[in-house]
Design a protein around this ligand. Sequence first.
Ligand code: ACO
Length: 322
Amino acid sequence: MKYARLTGSGSYLPDKVLTNHDLESMVDTSHEWIMARTGISERRIAADDEFTCDLAEKASREALHVAGVSPGQVDLIVVATTTPDQVFPSTACLLQQRLGIRGCPAFDVQAVCAGFIFALDVANRFIRTQGARCALVVGAETFSRIIDWTDRGTCILFGDGGGAVVLQDDDRPGIHSTHLHSDGAYKDLLCVPTGVSRNYEAVKSGTAYTTMAGNDVFRWAVTAMSALVDETLEANGIGRDDVDWLIPHQANVRIINAVGKRTGFPADRVIVTVNHHGNTSAASVPLALDESIRNGKIRTGDTVLMEGFGGGFTWGSALLTL
Ligand code: ACO
């Protein structure tokens, strides 16, 4: 059986920076409060004429370039997004057309902030069973479009961005394991309560916004992502010291610190990038991974444990050696 190996990564952040000081003039908040509660100092916002597929395309072209793969070699495209350009076709099909790829399966995965891990799991299974040899896996979001910019409880947290990886078949791992979970019993704690089939009027009037029970989500995210570390280590028969880097979902520095502390990962082995791009939902993990590869923190041969947590709830992890 083949393994899926990560051979390239890329990411993209829109040009427009929204700082905490900018937010001070929009809602009743302060830079100090946001820093103390979230550790986020700024986030990026897509231009009015910039859409999720644009972010996905830029990240994908970079990942393909790094992997040394031409678009024609790609035989699977999976895009994780909560904020697709259109109701249909999927953002994956739009991306496929942009990249000039024809015929291979291309589809979206919707698991909100855990979406990239879910997409990675799907692509890994394709490659393991030799249904694909070269997969493009993307997490991209224009989350700013589903944020109520007058709600200080949510608007301080989120931003836009895209990240992508190329997975290719290989005789060595690669991805060692993936672990996915969902529980719809928590559907109301973090959601956009309107959509295409239900109250489409809100979508049409541009008021389909994210609502969140912040304290409950905080507790759940810490508990679920800590448990995922144990589950992943146990499934692979390894200890914490066999993992070079932990990349938790980049939601909030306090959540990340709590997961590191609870699982015994020293802070210098836990990746944090949320401070300068906010919570970019499905793009969060590939953005953090790509930035850490580019700045030389994460190197070839390192073993990385990545994990996501999102609305649903959905949560999942992936262990891979680069
Ligand atoms: N600025 C100033 N004050 C604020 C703000 C703000 N932006 N937001 C809330 N407050 C106030 C509240 O109104 C409240 O005031 P009160 O005591 O007078 O009623 C006070 O601050 C405390 O509010 P809490 O909600 O208890 O603050 P908390 O410490 O929980 O921080 C936060 C709120 C940052 C949202 C936190 O709960 C959190 O990070 N939760 C996790 C949510 C998260 O990360 N979600 C992302 C989605 S998870 C994912 O990606 C899946």
